[in-house]
Structures are given as structure tokens and as C-alpha cells.
Write a protein that binds this ligand. Structure first.
Ligand SMILES: *Cc1c(COP(=O)(O)O)cnc(C)c1O
Length: 461
């Protein structure tokens, strides 16, 4: 059979609510034209994020009942630790309430003020956590990774020559760790090849620098390797995942992504001394090392999720549904980051709305139009999220790309939902010349995209 189907049937349903265009206009205004201020009940199809928004399986729900809520040494902790070690293979596992807590503990333990952390592309919380400590977060994705229209099988790869040059420039002792984000979320959900992980590990280890994987979407990355990299076609996603992790010294993980859970995360390392320091910090801010801010039932859900996420039928359907969305809008000319990534489609708002200046936030304008058109919630990944002030002149600098991300929650929407999204995007695309930019009227000092307020610009451009 050629048709790829959702490899599950639906046991519980959650109604979603249609609103009128007029209602949505008023709602969007009250939400300051920022989708983070929208109430979920006012959203029909929620593609804000694939983080924590997935549907759990019947086995995971059963796991919730099995949850052992003992404070120390619960059976759920044992299952969780074993499930993590089974896939990731690291010696020490430290549970956290989500990915950024793992990042905060990792960087607080490893990074000193003024030091440099290279990554293919730092995710927003990763960058913020490096910078909060006083470190410098440097993005070293290959040049193809910054050009939305360029097709490359592993656009998330790190530029190895640039990594070598950076280490030579600042000195190896100023680089406490190298990170690789798999898949590269902020760069379009693009995968990193096994060959690249191996090369980056080689360079890092040559200088005695540990390599950490930001492993949020490790299973999607493993499946891309299976599909696209020579020599991996016959391996299982689990075998490929183990091979990726074996090249690294530790990882951070948000279980809200490829943990198929609604909350949770963890930090892994092979370094016993670091693990001890990390656990001390964990007790201070997250909880005892056998639960780390999670309920026993959450640990169960993650343990089951880590197994289910590596199921080939699931991964085939997962990547097929993203590709389906991408191909159907690209076909009519909507510019997207090519090729479609693992968890989301990214529309190139700069290419679609060339008449809107970067600092009039074309991505934010498109996000608002998609909500007005069809009640779809998406998110800007451009100058709102990554724009910054020049430290010397104080001038606002735009981001390298102006993208709008449509992230598909795992196991939540069916193909007809995706067809509806396709129709909405095509409608907006057809009237793109009439779309105007936005003005930011308020912003917070860090991670401003979550709470910034906007007003639409009116009049001719
Ligand atoms: C989501 C994410 C994080 C942070 O995880 P949270 O669970 O949201 O705190 C870090 N890195 C990447 C690549 C992510 O996608």
C-alpha cells in the first residue's frame, strides 16, 4: 500500500470551536496581535508548538495509574531511568520539569562568564540560558542552513571549519562545551547527519571539549538519517539513536517533544563529578534526584513515550504529515524552508511578503493573518524572536530569517485538519500584497516574543 495513514485510532475526542472572522478580529486585537496572548478556546487548529501538546497513548495513560509517587527511589523513577539509559546510554540521568531546567543546570555547572558555547543553532531558551550566565552563544550552522530555499538533506549540520576557527580564535579553554541541536528547531527543524555529529565530536574531543546533544527531537532526527544517509537504511531508529548518543558526552532533553509527554525533561552526562554538582543544584531548584520536579506518573508517561516515539510506523506517519503540509502549500508558490523538516513547516515570510521591512515584522503579520483567516495559531521565528539591539549603537538589528512556524502536535490532528490548514494558507497567500506590517508597542527585556505587544500598521507601503 502506498497510502500512509495515522497508525492509531482515536479513543477520546476533544471538541474544537469555530469562530467567525469578526469574532477573531476582536479577539486578536484584545490579544495585542501576539498569539501567546490568545486563549486556547479561541483557537481552532493550534500549531503554536509541538511542545507538550501531543496526545498520549492508552499505554501512557495506563502508566499514569501505575505512577509511584514515593518521594525517593520510586518504581517510576527506576522505569524512567532505565528507559532513558536504554536509548541515550549515558551513565547519569537527571530528571527536570522541562528542557530549559536541564539547560539552566547544565550551563550553571559548566559555563563561566565570558566563555563561548557553539551550537548549530541555539534554541531561544538555550541561548537565553547561556547568556544569563554571561556566556556567548554562537550559531555555526552550515551556510545552506540559513537559506530557506536551498534543498540539502542535512541542513541542520554544523559548519565544522567554522567550529575549528572559533576554537582557534578564543582558545579551547574558553569553550566549556559544544552543542548540537537535533533536529535544528530554530533553523527549520532540519536534521543533522551522523557524519556531522561524528566530525563535530572529533573536533571537540581533539580539544578535550565535551559534546552535548540538545536531543529534543532525537527520534525524528534518527528517522531522517535512516531515510537520507548512506548506510542507515537497514537500521532501526533505536539503533541509529544509540549511535548518535554514543558520539556525545551528554544531552539535554525536553520530553515535551520526542518524549511524547505533556511535561518533563532531563539532563544526561557521563561525567560523575559534573553529575554530582548538577544534582546539588537540582535539589535546590527542581527536587530530589529521583523525581526532579516531576510526578511519578509523569516519569511513567515519559518512559513509555521514549519507546513509542521510536516506532517506525509512527515516525513514517509523523514525517509524512509534515511533508504533506509543506508540499501542498509549496505547490501553489508559498515559499517555505526546503525541504520540510521533522516537526513543522516554516513559511519564509520575508520571501512571501517582500514589501514588509524586517523591522515591521512580516512574520508577525502573517501569523495574525492566518488566525484571522481560519483560527489557526502559528508563531513567528524571526526578528520578533531573535532581533536584538546592537550593544554599541542601541539600534535594533533584524534576525537572519523571517519565518513563521506551523508546528504539528504529535498524534493530534488528522489529514483533514491539515487540508484545512493548507486551504487557509493558500487563501492568505493569494491576498499577500494587501498585508501590512506591524509595530511593536511593548517588549520585555528577555525572551520578548512571549509577551510583546503589537499594533498593525495601516496605509500604503
Ligand atoms: C523546546 C526546546 C527546548 C526547551 O525545552 P522546554 O521543555 O520547552 O523547556 C530546548 N531546545 C530545543 C531545540 C527545543 O525545541
Amino acid at each position: 500500500m502506498k497510502t500512509i495513514i495515522e497508525p492509531f485510532r482515536i479513543k477520546a475526542v476533544e471538541p474544537i470551536r469555530l469562530t467567525s472572522r469578526q469574532e477573531r478580529g476582536a479577539i486578536l486585537k484584545a490579544a495585542h496581535h501576539n498569539p501567546f496572548y490568545l486563549a486556547a478556546r479561541d483557537v481552532l487548529i493550534d500549531l503554536l508548538t509541538d511542545s507538550g501538546t501531543g496526545a498520549m497513548s492508552s499505554e501512557q495513560w495506563a502508566g499514569l495509574m501505575r505512577g509511584d509517587e514515593s518521594y525517593a527511589g520510586s518504581r517510576s523513577w527506576e522505569r524512567f531511568e532505565q528507559a532513558v539509559k536504554n536509548v541515550m546510554g549515558f551513565k547519569h540521568v537527571i530528571p527536570t520539569h522541562q528542557g530549559r531546567a536541564a539547560e539552566r543546570i547544565l550551563f550553571a555547572t559548566m559555563v563561566k562568564e565570558g566563555q563561548v558555547v557553539p551550537n548549530n543553532t541555539h534554541f531561544d531558551t538555550t541561548r537565553a540560558n547561556v547568556e544569563f550566565i554571561g556566556g556567548r552563544a554562537v550559531d555555526l550552522v552550515i551556510p545552506e542552513g540559513k537559506r530557506p530555499e536551498v534543498v540539502h538533506p542535512f541542513k541542520g549540520n554544523m559548519d565544522v571549519a567554522a567550529l575549528q576557527a572559533l576554537i582557534a580564535e578564543v582558545g579551547a579553554e574558553q569553550v566549556p562545551l559544544v552543542m548540537l541541536t537535533i533536529t535544528n528547531n530554530s533553523g527549520g527543524g532540519q536534521p543533522v547527519s551522523m557524519a556531522n555529529i561524528r566530525e563535530v565530536a572529533g573536533v571537540a574531543h581533539q580539544h578535550d571539549i565535551p559534546l552535548y546533544l540538545d536531543a529534543c527531537r532525537f527520534a525524528e532526527n534518527a528517522y531522517f538519517i535512516k531515510l537520507r544517509e548512506e548506510g542507515f537504511g537497514d537500521k532501526t531508529p533505536l539503533e541509529i539513536a544509540r549511535e548518535m548518543f554514543a558520539l556525545a558526552d551528554g544531552c539535554t532533553m525536553s520530553a515535551k517533544k520526542d518524549g511524547l509527554a505533556n511535561i518533563g525533561g532531563f539532563l544526561c552526562t557521563n561525567d560523575a563529578l559534573l553529575a554530582q554538582q548538577e544534582k546539588n543544584l537540582l535539589i535546590l531548584t527542581e527536587g530530589f534526584p529521583t523525581y526532579g520536579g516531576l510526578a511519578g506518573r509523569d516519569l511513567e508517561a515519559i518512559a513509555v513515550g521514549l519507546e513509542e516515539v521510536l516506532d517506525e510506523d509512527y515516525l513514517e506517519y509523523r514525517l509524512a504529515s509534515i511533508r504533506y503540509l509543506g508540499e501542498h502549500i509549496a505547490r501553489v508558490g508559498v515559499p517555505i524552508v526546503q525541504p520540510p523538516g521533522g516537526h513543522a513547516i516554516y513559511i519564509d515570510a520575508r520571501a512571501m511578503l517582500p514589501h514588509i521591512e524586517p523591522l515591521q515584522y512580516p512574520g508577525q503579520a502573517l501569523v495574525c493573518e492566518l488566525y484571522l483567516e481560519a483560527g489557526i495559531r502559528s508563531v513567528e521565528i524571526g526578528s520578533v524572536m531573535f532581533g536584538r539591539r546592537d550593544p554599541d549603537s542601541g539600534e535594533e538589528l533584524p534576525a537572519e530569517m523571517e519565518l513563521v512556524r506551523l508546528a504539528l502536535p504529535r498524534r493530534v490532528y488528522t489529514q483533514s485538519h491539515v487540508d484545512y490548514v493548507v486551504e487557509a494558507i493558500v487563501n492568505v497567500f493569494e491576498r499577500r500584497d494587501a498585508i501590512r506590517g506591524m509595530k511593536m508597542t511593548w517588549q520585555a527585556p528577555v525572551l520578548r516574543h512571549f509577551t510583546a505587544k503589537f499594533e498593525p500598521l495601516t496605509g500604503a507601503h
